[in-house]
Design a protein around this ligand. Sequence first.
Ligand code: WTA
Length: 647
Amino acid sequence: MSGNLGFENTDTILSENRIFAPPSDAIENANITAYMKSKGFDDYEAFYKWSLENRFEFWEDMAKGLHWFEPWQKTFEWTDKPFFQWFVGGKFNIVYNCLDRHMQTPVRNKVAFYWEGDEGETRTITYEQLYTMTNQLAKGLQNLGVKKGDRVAIYMPAIPEQVVALLAVARLGAVHTVIFGGFAASALSDRINDAQAKVVITADGNYRGGKLIQLKHITDEALQDTPTIEKAVVVRRLGIDVSMQEGRDIYYDELLKDIPEDTIVPCEPMDSEDLLYILYTSGSTGRPKGVVHVQGGYGVGVYTTTKFVFDIKDDDVYWCTADIGWVTGHSYIVYGPLMNGVTSVMFESTPTYPAPDRLWSIVERFKVTTIYTSPTAIRGLMRFGEEWPAKHDLSSLRLLGTVGEPINPEAWMWYRKNIGRNELPIMDTWWQTETGMILISPTIRQPLKPGSATRPMPTIEADVVDKNGVSVGSDKGGFLVVRHPWPSQMRTIYGDPERYKTYWETIPDVYFAGDAATIDKEGYLRIQGRVDDVIKVSGHRLGSMEIESSLVSHPAIAEAAAIGKPDPVKGEHVKVFVILRNGFEPSEELVKEIKLHVRTTVGALAVPDELEFAPSLPKTRSGKIMRRVIRAKELGQEVGDTSTLDA
Ligand code: WTA
């Protein structure tokens, strides 16, 4: 987001994905209906309008559903724009709301997680057990010297201890930064160093889809270059032999072995605006940005949207198939469901392992009521045919959801027909790492339209505008923006407030999301994809520059450009163009070597599907590679006006 709005020609993005299927049934949603009724409304239109005019009343009502050690003095403050605060002066701990307050209610004995491992092994963890495990680890971390404000890195497989790690860190008032287990060593050390983490929590290793991931080994490599790390805590997930560095590394079970089960470490009463976590995500430069979320507002936003979007009911078995390494897992596996006291499924494996009915088999066995997954997973499973879901009894399901990338109407229809028995609503939820919570999604009594995330959540003033911030009106393409802050919005970029400001300055005075969108006559939003250098591969967010920096660190490569290309399953895949240094010749061998280099420096998710050796690359006069031009040429589109790029 370098202040240049020429990025992509939005019209060409818009030409894809414009099929409007007839609206399907409206949704009945008890939680939001009850709230609307309490305010005297019974249709979304009037309620939404009210919410824009009474946003503080709405969010105060929501915040009152949670426990505060001390009430806030002021709901919102926006004097130092674009920085803002919510629930100013309040004392809060999100973990108290996830665990402690349930200990006085029947939720105490409810299942928090049904966990299923890669090989089909299972564990059942109640809220009380999760509370005990969290307190024990909090004590263990305290014994290692972790205290309020310290940063703790979490690089773990999807096991219950991963959830416990987030909760134990936040309980102490420390700040977690979770790094997706698919990232390679240098991506891990970059993030640890940016956050200046003191402790890292990892595991010996794990299997995912039958493949061994050597987490401790990768961590060891990363820790060669991380001066701030004092301790590494290692969960024995597999019990394999790993090297343990004397004085630095300690097994999780050993850390806890002398800590009694009834140990209680009280939740640190945090200021609403104190940091809860830093989550690194990709942007337009090579350096990943540390998105900062805070305790109070984030808690309120995520609690509310979980309740309203998924219409949480007491006897739900809710399942978000994401990974906790991404924001979806933070908000909708850990914090949102736990604050709402819901029973969840947690899953360590992949949708196709050992067979393409893994997801449906879990739905049947655990009687899942709500499944929240990605368009990539759906498109991937579509390829295997309708017979796989048909083998299973999916009648427990009552609500479906998707997130992370645009869902094409064809995949939407397949999901609804084969998983939703042609009658279940699909919540297509639009949001971002930066937004912390779902901002656009169906909620109630809005007919659904395949491929549309429908309408904004209450109080969210989303619009589609031109580069001057003027609304484009219906059915014309433009940039997706939001006009007013919401509680769970990121507060800054860690250590880089200037970079944070660009979100509010690219288009004056509004939050610029980086997506192209259209809005139809009924106010339905259709998100078209990124207009910057962010590539969404299988819903995972990557930056062109991150891949390019990895490429040019290979001895054979002088210059490189990475772009996203439409992909029928993954949404987008990576194509790279490389210019070789003198003395190197293109070869199959070299292609393999370069791909391996990207895998070992960034991670498997960034490995290009296509690699082209190029004699030259289009550049601006100042020498910046023009990815937009490369992409347009590659896709056979109009290159458009390039003069603005000559800066
Ligand atoms: C894209 C993921 C279309 C979008 C929660 C956004 C979507 C980026 C949708 C953020 C959706 C997310 N329809 N596109 N329902 N949801 N996106 O930070 O491009 O990993 O800007 O957060 O994903 O990705 P992030």
